[in-house]
Design a protein around this ligand. Structure first.
Ligand code: PEP
Ligand code: MG
Length: 873
């Protein structure tokens, strides 16, 4: 019989895949002899079984859960559902990777109308017992039965008001009985049956709710954003309750062994006296700093600090711990490697190396490559900031500067972000439902919550600026307005936030890009030692190139030449070329483009200082270039000596039903070889001149796009060679150059052995390769991909994360076949996937020579390449 349930003492930290992170660590801490309330873990395999079984928990699994409940009863010396001294448990989800989108916690499970009486007598504290029961009803109803939490909060507020109570703690046992009666009425009205009184039913429904939560829309979004596979499933932890709300020698808190924002060494956290865990995390009451515990309960503090130290040394990483003190006795409820900002991650990794705890290799593997994005985030322009007016200050929950228009709901934030606005999401407090809105926002401002509240933790993970717990705000979410520091801010007004200082400003303060140093350089230096893949960048102007070089790019993997003509001064010239009816007219138009093209190439070769550059020949999807605006048409007509009607007619004639699969790429050069001639002249002249002027060792790499057939490449290549040789002769140069192609049409991958006869290098254009392999238009897929995520057909956007199963096969095949013909064929990737860590790992594994990505993703690719090398030794 399969084993579906493990007591904490049966597991260990290595069993993360089976027991989830929380379960594995509870087991490990139990083995370390730490004070852990005991319990058991229902495995992730049980979750998978639940889904395979039509969302049913099998008899066998149910049987094992109840057997373990019996063992837990023996350990605790109490009985589940006992009317005099009931065993109460918490139920919590726990996947391999911690996932804020999922069900979190149900506390006090096992209470019912009778058990609560026994519990009141046994504890001698009826107020506490009824408070525990009302919390349980509220959590169970919300989390398991999905009755909206505000409905319960309204009842609580109503009773508080009727009794003249300011805080929950002012309510008496009798008041709470009244709350309970009303809660149960609400439950019955919403669900159509009584609140479940049988603890076994309460437990089984809760376990099911945890399993269900693995697949709720928030969890699916979170998985997509964090590369977590959908088939992992979650474990469920059932743990004996301890109570932090039994009076002033009880309390509960969360703490980190190092500061999760900066990485500074030293305990960091907060706690609340006389409270249950949810009070801290939900940010409802404002907690005390952990160091105050030393004054309140010195013995507990001392023991807490010893254990915290022990855990950090044991796991060799910064720990994020939850604890509860019940009447002076300390318990640990959880430990995990703490989430942290990228800045903190670098600091901690470097410090741990210096402290002799980990090696540089481990340090490199500890950093979430994607999180480096956060370091490259903006700060405020110093001068602009001087003029900024501070209207408030709160907790600096997640670093970075942000400015945008205020919106009060996640939906509004998302919608306005999609229409191109910079938005700041302002909320009373955030919850996981807000995830997409938070993702869309430049910055997040909340009225409630501490550094460990939802908004803070999630924003930090995302690298989005966040200021939290600004109690001074007077907000009316309905009317979409708030006031702070004497200013009234309506929906659509600009504010600016500094997530590093916690300051809130009125207006739109200019931001400047981030700069990196110190620890960043150290980690990157190590990464560079360990990686095999080279990292280039996709850039088509000198400024972006310089930025990429600063961030460590070793060359340009893709210079999209059509992007060099987007500027207002240039676009009419390329339009003229596109609309030319005769070869002569086209050649004349191309001659006007040549000086721009050549000057740009020269400037880029100069910035590159000898680093390689792959110049991709014109690949303009025509619809991006053909004029549609009547003014543009009129101007062009004047320039070309045509009437606007004639120009319009030519444009109409160029109309394509699917421009992405139309007259672009090498097809343009096959029809109009003069384009390839002009570009070759520009590249070769630029390279020869910069080499002569600066002495850089330049070997131009000329890349022909959208090739699907060897003869097609050969046709264009012959044009290039002829012109290149002519330029060399004119200039008296013996410059070497390489001609290669992109592999972005499935047929090119399938016939890569033939294509390699003509190509000296391949660069996988996985944007088009994905488009054509899936048959999804890359411009339109966004409209329907959401439906695919919801239907669980695809877990992630194949344009962001390489589809290794399908498109990946073509890449692998292309690489193998190409090298079979030409063993030293240089291989790279220049689709967007070149900056995505999991795709970079794939590129490493299939033996590519380099990845190329946008400038700001270069550090991510460097780190991901090192991790790929270290993890695939
Ligand atoms: C590609 O298709 O992957 C590519 C890099 O080219 P573009 O995005 O310019 O089509
Ligand atoms: Mg392409």
């Amino acid at each position: 019989m399969a084993k579906w349930v493990y007591l904490f003492k049966e597991g260990n930290a290595d069993m993360r895949n089976l027991l989830g992170g929380k379960g594995a660590n509870l087991a490990e801490m139990t083995n370390l002899g730490l004070p852990i309330p005991q319990g058991f873990t229902v495995t992730t395999e049980a979750c998978t079984d639940y889904y395979n079984n039509g969302k049913q928990i099998s008899e066998e699994i149910q049987g094992q859960i109840f057997d373990h409940m019996k063992t837990l009863e023996e350990i605790q010396g109490k009985k589940f559902g006992d009317t005099e001294d009931p065993l109460l448990v918490s139920v919590r989800s726990g996947a391999r990777a911690s996932m804020p989108g999922m069900m979190d916690t149900i506390l006090n499970l096992g209470l019912n109308d009778v058990a609560v009486e026994g519990f009141a007598k046994k504890t001698g504290n009826p107020r506490f017992a009824y408070d525990s029961y009302r919390r349980f009803i509220q959590m169970f109803s919300d989390v398991v039965m999905e009755i909206a939490k505000p409905k319960f909060e309204a009842i609580l507020d109503e009773v508080k008001e009727a009794k003249g109570a300011k805080f929950d703690t002012d309510l008496t046992a009798d008041d709470l009985k009244e709350v309970i009666a009303k809660y149960k009425e609400l439950y019955k009205k919403e669900i159509g049956s009584e609140f479940p009184q049988e603890p076994k039913d309460q437990l089984m429904e809760s376990v099911k709710a945890v399993f269900r939560s693995w697949d709720n829309p928030r969890a699916i979004v979170y998985r997509r954003m964090n590369d977590i596979p959908g088939d992992w499933g979650t474990a469920v932890n059932v743990q004996a309750m301890v109570f932090g709300n039994m009076g002033n020698t009880s309390g509960t808190g969360v703490a980190f062994t190092r500061n999760p924002s900066t990485g500074a060494k030293g305990i960091y956290g907060e706690y609340l006296i006389n409270a249950q865990g949810e009070d801290v995390v939900a940010g409802i009451r404002t907690p005390q700093p952990i160091t105050k515990l030393e004054e309140d309960l010195p013995e507990c503090y001392k023991q807490f600090m010893e254990i915290a130290h022990k855990l950090e040394t044991h796991y060799r990483d910064m720990q994020d711990m939850e604890f509860t003190i019940q009447e002076g006795k300390l318990y640990f409820l959880q430990t995990r490697n703490g989430k942290r900002t990228a800045q903190a991650a670098l600091q901690i990794a470097c410090d741990l190396v210096d402290e002799g705890m980990i090696t540089p290799e481990e340090a490199v593997c500890r950093i979430d490559a994607k999180s480096l994005d956060q370091l490259l985030h903006p700060t405020f322009d110093k001068d602009a900031l001087k003029a900024g007016k501070v209207i408030g200050e709160a907790l600096p929950a997640s670093p970075g500067a942000a400015a945008g228009k205020v919106y009060f709901t996640a939906e509004d934030a998302k919608a306005h972000h999609e229409s191109g606005e910079r938005v700041i999401l302002v909320r009373l407090e955030t919850s996981p439902e807000d995830i997409e809105g938070m993702h869309a926002a430049e910055g997040i401002l909340t009225v409630r919550g501490g550094m460990t509240s939802h908004a803070a933790v999630v924003a930090r993970g995302m690298g989005t600026a966040c200021v939290s717990g600004c109690g001074a705000i007077n907000i009316d979410e309905e009317a979409k307005v708030f006031s702070l520091g004497g200013e009234t801010i309506h929906e659509g007004d600009y504010i600016s936030l500094d997530g590093s200082t916690g300051k809130i400003y009125v207006g739109d303060i200019k931001t400047v890009p981030a700069s990196v140093s110190g620890n960043f350089g150290r980690i990157m230096g190590w990464a560079d030692q360990f990686r095999r893949l080279k990292v280039r960048t996709n850039a088509d102007n000198p400024a972006d190139t310089a930025n990429a070089v600063r961030l460590g790019a070793e060359g340009i993997g893709l210079c999209r030449t059509e992007h060099m003509f987007f500027e207002p001064e240039r676009i009419p010239k390329i339009r003229k070329m596109i609309l030319s009816k005769t070869q002569e007219a086209r050649e004349a138009a191309l001659m006007e483009l040549l000086p721009f093209q050549k000057a740009d190439f020269k400037a880029m070769y100069e910035v590159l200082e000898g680093r390689p550059m792959t110049v991709r020949y014109l690949d303009p999807p025509l619809h991006e270039f053909v004029p549609t605006d009547p003014e543009d048409i009129a101007e062009l007509a004047k320039d070309m000596g045509m009437t606007p009607a004639e120009v319009k007619a030519v444009c109409d004639g160029l109309h394509e039903f699917n421009p992405m699969m139309g007259h672009r790429g090498c097809r343009l050069c096959v029809t109009y070889p003069e384009i390839a001639k002009m570009q070759t002249r520009a590249v070769m002249e630029a390279a020869i001149e910069v080499k002569a002027e600066k002495g850089y060792d330049i070997v131009p790499e000329i890349m022909i796009p959208l090739v699907g057939e060897k003869k097609e490449l050969k046709y264009v290549k012959d044009v290039v060679v002829e012109t290149a040789e002519q330029v060399k002769k004119e200039k008296g140069s013996d410059m070497e150059y390489h001609i290669g192609t992109m592999i972005e049409i499935p047929r090119a991958a399938l016939t890569a052995d033939e294509v390699a006869e003509e190509a000296e290098f391949f660069s996988f254009g996985t944007n088009d390769l994905t488009q054509m392999t899936f048959g999804f238009s890359r411009d339109d897929a966004g409209k329907f991909l959401d439906a695919y995520y919801k239907a669980k057909i695809y877990e992630s956007d194949p344009f962001a994360k390489l589809d290794q199963t399908g498109v990946g096969q073509l890449v692998e095949m292309g690489a193998k076949k190409g090298r079979a013909t030409r063993p030293n064929l240089k291989l790279g990737i220049c689709g967007e996937h070149g900056g995505d860590p999991s795709s970079v790992e794939f590129c490493h594994k299939v033996g590519l020579d380099y990845v190329s990505c946008s400038p700001f993703r270069v550090p991510i690719a460097r780190l991901a390449a090192a991790q790929a090398a270290l993890n695939n030794k």
